[in-house]
Design a binder for this molecule. Structure first.
Ligand code: 8NA
Ligand code: MG
Ligand code: MG
Ligand code: MG
Length: 359
């Protein structure tokens, strides 16, 4: 299990660092080109000396994940003010890590806010609707590790909701983060042979009550239509609709990437990137014929990136799920050597593991 905890957080880092090479490529990307590019890392690694800057840098996804992990580890529980302070401090130290276009407004207010008010700046975003970006989902991997031994879905959802609401209060951002957390949790508890239909059914069982509860509570309000581009986004329960669609996709031997991009999405909205990450992870559990010379962790990352769009974030989420299943050994040594802050992620995973095992 320690290997899986490490695989999860290191998988998230390498997904972010490698995915960031392609961030903003809005068309799908040929897997052969990604593989070619990654082969060049072998050479880069040979020339790396101790203390050198790593060839691949992390982005906002990893910066915020580190803050979530360190806060949980050092406080031993969720401490909203502490985590918010870490987010803001890290942002102002390195604002050029590729943060989303609006989130800086939240950090600006969080910098010297009263501890009681830490949830307020996020709630004000976008005229009070809150951000539906994937910035909550992209950083959530430490939460299922922290809550692992408790093995309580409701408590995990509460923890994820609190962490997400510090910057993202829109229900789609929160449900997306919850979906990633459950997918990681299920991966940690899975045997190597994954039953993809059961995996998806279990996710639907967990997400459905949340999506239905939101529909019931918002009956009088018109749904937010601003982001609507795809028919599945118009469903009242879009995450469950996309999960159900994934089951069909996984049976379809002639599945096209353009279909995935069209039906699930690949952009910075949580509802149009979390499903693509889950699908990339699940497709690689069945082995991808074109990538058969690679192991399943590598297949996950390369497939996730090949969808294009918000590549760092789709790959970081898929990488966390895959690392949680296959363990740290599945992550190529060259990738680990070439990505910034892998050692930190490994240490944080160890600390989270030890927190679970203290009496
Ligand atoms: P965010 O909260 O600023 O949301 C991201 C974007 O989504 C916003 O800038 C808006 O354009 C849009 N948006 C979110 N909520 C609403 C709403 N209620 N109404 C209208 N528009 C809305 O930042 P975030 O932390 O969610 O962003 C995370 C993403 O940004 C990550 O993917 C991260 O890697 C980064 N990023 C991605 C790209 C890319 O295009 N691939 C580029 C730069 C940065
Ligand atoms: Mg990023
Ligand atoms: Mg917000
Ligand atoms: Mg991104």
């Amino acid at each position: 299990m320690l290997s899986r905890f490490k695989g999860c957080l290191v998988g998230a880092v390498v997904g972010d660092c490698i995915g960031a090479i392609y961030e903003g490529h809005y068309a799908k990307i040929q897997t052969s080109l990604i593989i070619e590019k990654l082969k060049k890392l072998d050479k880069a690694r040979e020339n790396l000396k101790e203390g050198d800057e790593k060839p691949l840098s992390y982005t906002d996804d990893t910066a915020m994940t580190q803050s979530v992990a360190l806060s949980l580890i050092q406080k031993g529980s969720f401490d909203a003010a502490d985590m918010a302070k870490r987010f803001a401090e890290k942002f102002f130290k390195e604002p050029n890590r590729g943060y989303g276009g609006n989130i800086y407004k939240v950090f600006q207010e969080l910098e010297d806010i009263d501890p009681e008010d830490v949830f307020k700046p996020a709630a004000k975003q976008f005229n009070g609707s809150g951000s539906y970006g994937n910035g909550g989902a992209m950083r959530i991997s430490p939460a299922p590790l922290f809550a692992f031994n408790e093995n309580n879905d409701t408590k995990l959802q509460e923890l994820v909701t609190s962490i997400t609401r510090l910057t993202h209060t829109h229900h789609l951002a929160i449900h997306g983060a919850i979906l990633v957390a459950h997918a990681i949790d299920q991966s940690l508890r899975c045997d190597a042979e994954v039953d993809v239909n059961k995996f998806i059914d279990d996710l639907i069982t967990k997400l459905k009550p949340l999506e239905e509860k939101y529909v019931a509570s918002s009956q009088d309000e018109p749904p937010t239509k601003k982001s609507v581009k795809r028919s599945l986004d118009e469903e009242e329960t879009p995450y469950c609709a996309k999960l159900a669609r994934m089951k069909e996709m996984l049976q379809d031997e002639s599945l096209q990437k353009s279909t995935i991009i069209h039906d699930l999405g690949h952009d910075v909205a949580a509802v149009s990137s979390v499903p693509a990450a889950v699908l990339s992870f699940l497709i690689a559990t069945q082995k991808i014929p074109k990538l058969k010379d690679l192991n399943q962790f590598e297949q996950t990352i390369i497939y996730a990136i090949s969808l294009g769009g918000d590549t760092d974030t789709i790959a970081t989420m898929a990488g966390a799920m895959a690392g949680a299943l296959y363990g740290i050994e599945s992550i190529p040594e060259t990738w680990r050597a070439c990505c910034e802050s892998v050692n930190k992620a490994e240490k944080m995973a160890e600390d989270l593991f030890n927190l679970n095992n203290r009496s």
